[in-house]
Design a protein around this ligand. Sequence first.
Ligand code: SAH
Ligand code: SF4
Ligand code: F3S
Length: 470
Amino acid sequence: MASLSLALFTYRFKKDPSVKKSLKIFVKTYGCQMNERDSEMISSQLQCAGHELTDNEKIADVVILNTCSVREQAEIKALGKAGYLVRRKRTNPNFKIGIVGCMAENLGEKLFKLNGAIDFVIGPKRLHELADVLEDHRRSLYIGDPKKQHLPNDFDRKLEKNKCTAFLSIMHGCNMRCSYCVVPRTRGNEQYRPMEDIVEEAKFLAANGIREITLLGQIVNNYGGRLMPMLDDKTPFVQLLERLDRLPGIERIRYMSPHPQNFSDDLILAHKNLSKLCPSVHLPIQSGSNRILAAMKRPYTSEKILTIVEKLRRAVPNVGISTDIIVGYPGETEEDFKETVSLFDTAKFNMAFIFKYSPREGTKSAELIDDVEESEKERRNQILLQRVQEASLRYHQRFLGKTVEVLVEGHARRGADTMFGWTPNHCKVLFKASENDIGKNFPIQIDSSTTTILWGTMAGNAQGRDLLQR
Ligand code: SAH
Ligand code: SF4
Ligand code: F3S
């Protein structure tokens, strides 16, 4: 656990003239937002090293799969893709396949046995070495060394055109040891980026057209841990939010994911007081049964979840609250499951990701018998999914006929003139607008809704406000 200063944190995009051969590289991303951010970082790094990125896999000299290990299915998917790519090697012996990210760290050398055509394997802690690995013609394995502290990969940032939202990593790794979770194994212990670096990066993003930032961390509200002091009873995370809230150009701040354990009153107050902090919280509960939560080593109860949700709703009316739930954890009875459904209903979450428990080698719960039958996991999954759809629809319906603020993000793939954006409380809205409106904020009147989308029209003679000029 440490706070690191990143001397290399420049955001500049420079081409290195010493590069010998420029390769066409295709990067495919699996998994969570951390991986998306890592893929952006890899892409900038490779361009800095003189390579070219392509979105056409078929013409690539190198395909890099940035993988996830959180559930078995995620690994199976990426391994299947790597297996499919092997045939390219038969026609082009110079073609390279790289596995990077969490599965690289998790399976390490085993990957070469599973697929003899893989050229390199690089874990998340060593992704900053990727450009060098490409120069190497031997098969390479670069995973974390437990005795060393590896630098997180936050330097060199190049932004795509027409983008107004961005992820911003504030920390790496996780100190929790939830019994089912592989993430501490793949990403190591918590490391916090210095607050100054994060604020500088946010300024850079604002100056380059970014209007909405999402702060990323496995447990964002642990930011700073015991290494950064409390100030005026405020946690380092809230201190950071306050500083970002004052930055001109940045209009919206989101974060994910917080942990219920440290969801303190200063954070709830921040939602009330900071005008740019969006009224939307993703609060993973995993289960509503206190018995299962204890078995999972999640140090809170369903009562604590209800208290947080109540306080948030009191502080921020219309706040959107979503969650993650695992069904079929070893020993989960029908009674436990009913308690989860009951907590989901009582807390009135408006969205949730439901996962069927998947034992992960090396975790504590993998030592237990995975005793909930697949068909039973699926039944519980379906029951909750039905609840989630009803809850999303109900939440969406409260906006019918109302005017909401939408930040236009891009084309909605429903015809050239249909654009999409999100409300502050994280509802996706589709409406007629043009590409010139990207990055602007419009009042949109909501005409209809589905479980996943709100449809709307620009309200009155609304002119898009370029938020930079506000
Ligand atoms: N740091 C976040 C979670 C990151 S993993 C947190 O603690 O909230 C994203 C989600 O994957 C978790 O919230 C959990 O619901 C799910 N997940 C993790 N391990 C899993 C496993 N072994 N089986 C099924 N779902 C899992
Ligand atoms: Fe995994 Fe738990 Fe850490 Fe989240 S808090 S990343 S679920 S160990
Ligand atoms: Fe994310 Fe999957 Fe790794 S959820 S942290 S990419 S194991």
